[in-house]
Design a protein around this ligand. Sequence first.
Ligand code: SF4
Length: 166
Amino acid sequence: MKFISPHVFQAYMTCPREAWLEYHSVTSDQDHEYLALGRLIHERSYERDRKEIFVDQLLKIDLFRGELVAEVKKSSRHIEAAKLQLAYYLYYLKHEKGLTFEGILLFPKERKTEKVKLTEELEHRIEEILRRMAPMLLKDEPPPARRIKYCRTCSFFEFCWSDEGE
Ligand code: SF4
């Protein structure tokens, strides 16, 4: 099984179908307004303090003020999923690279930050999620679309619901 990217990992928290589509590289609507907004906030915020690095050409990581792995989010609405996603970065760096970091989530619009430490409990949660996620990702078909609140802002909205309208 190929490496599960943090993006797929986070998508699974919200919608397993989205995770399957991401994992199988089904192209989403890259011009989707929410993606564009996310990119804009990401590009403009903390410009002086951040440095982007790539690990294994798979993980795109922001180093914030030189020491912490940071994630820039457009809002803290999905903070639990964001924490787990960042914990998954930390988990990968620890287990694949032997690198120990603490993380920090940045919410520039809300002028808020949240530190994330890879505790034993978080590691167990990640491993449990990976165990549940793997068989679903390896199936030939994605799970059926299920209408949830998040669909309206999802970049796969057209893909899932074009026949039905909003
Ligand atoms: S539109 Fe809804 S069902 Fe489809 S991938 Fe996105 S969240 Fe999942």
